[in-house]
Design a protein around this ligand. Structure first.
Ligand SMILES: O=P(O)(O)OC[C@H]1O[C@@H](O)[C@H](O)[C@@H](O)[C@@H]1O
Length: 302
């Protein structure tokens, strides 16, 4: 990394920790009001911890398989350019490529109001394996805004001369004190594809609670949802832009016991509320066009 970037990092109370995840560096930013960690591997926001509070994001104890496409469940990974399993290639990793490769740190600074800004970039040409699995050139830029809450913007540009279809998500693992008492509001009356019921189409009645054993893609979802944590008497307000789907995921007890990449009881401590364009909400990115997917999270007392 060049000297200018190191200086910019230091100016915002940041430092680079060498080789923390999958041999990639991690950025840690210490401010009076929060501490945040961003992994260059996958461009993950790993954690966001306001002073005096617990991390807003879940961290699995389980490291997952240590192979090219092994992953840990934590933070807010980026799924791009496909969401879920690849439609044709069963050997390709789930949830696209972006979360498995090293991103480049481009810029560190402040927004006008003092919030911290960190910008990362992933280009298809950065990694031969990306080009092998996805032939159309692209450039992704991730901007993290860290302050009283956090926001993540993912801008994707099609640098090839052909259009391509994109499905995507910012797959946020929100930490909760008890998933069975947590509830998600804002999706009432919205239609969803229920992946635990063989993809059956259903309509959400009332709030979602308990947040357990669910894998749902809400289509044409509203821009604001809330995740309530009754025990902590706190809610996360989750606002999105450029996103037409909200995905809710919690593996529940039986699936957690079956999966080797997650501890048996960890499902109790997180609810994934994902900012997405998935399944019927995938879109076509024309040659030369860009698309922005944005998530902003704040917290309020209940
Ligand atoms: O284990 P992964 O690839 O990180 O995915 C976790 C979950 O992510 C959710 O978004 C999917 O809807 C689930 O089907 C999936 O199991």
């Amino acid at each position: 990394m060049n000297g200018q970037l190191i200086k910019e990092l230091e100016e915002v109370g940041g430092e680079l920790l060498p080789s923390t995840i999958r041999d990639c560096d991690e950025i840690i930013i210490n401010q009076p009001s929060f501490t945040a960690r961003i992994a260059l591997w996958g461009g993950h926001l790993v954690s966001f911890t306001p002073t005096g509070q617990e991390d807003w994001l879940f961290q699995s104890e389980n490291e997952g398989a240590v192979n090219r496409f092994g992953r840990r469940h934590f933070g807010a990974p980026v799924c791009w350019p496909w969401f879920g399993a690849h439609e044709v290639e069963s050997d390709f990793p789930a949830h696209g490529l972006a979360r498995y490769f090293r991103w480049k740190l481009l810029e560190v600074g402040r927004f006008k109001n003092g919030d911290i800004k960190v910008v990362l970039r992933l280009k298809s040409e950065d990694h031969p394996l990306v080009e092998e699995m996805w032939h159309q050139a692209f450039e992704l830029q991730l901007t993290f805004r860290l302050g009283e809450g956090f926001s993540i913007s993912l801008v994707a540009e099609n640098k090839s001369d052909q259009p391509f279809a994109v499905s995507e998500a910012i797959h946020t693992y929100f930490k909760v004190s008890d998933n069975q008492k947590a509830c998600v509001s804002g999706l009432e009356g919205v239609s969803y594809i229920d992946k635990v019921a063989n993809g059956e189409m259903k309509t959400q009645e009332g709030v979602v609670s308990p947040c357990e054993s669910m894998d749902r893609v809400y289509l044409n979802a509203p821009k604001v949802t809330e995740l309530h944590d009754a025990k902590l008497k706190r809610k996360f307000v989750i606002e999105t832009k450029g996103s037409h789907s909200t995905v809710l995921w919690n593996p529940g007890e039986a699936l957690s016991k079956k999966r080797t990449d997650i501890e048996d009881d960890e499902y109790r401590s997180f609810v994934c509320v994902e900012t997405a364009n998935a399944l019927d909400n995938q879109y076509v990115l024309e040659s030369g066009d860009t698309h922005k997917l944005k998530l902003s999270v704040t917290s309020e007392s209940l």
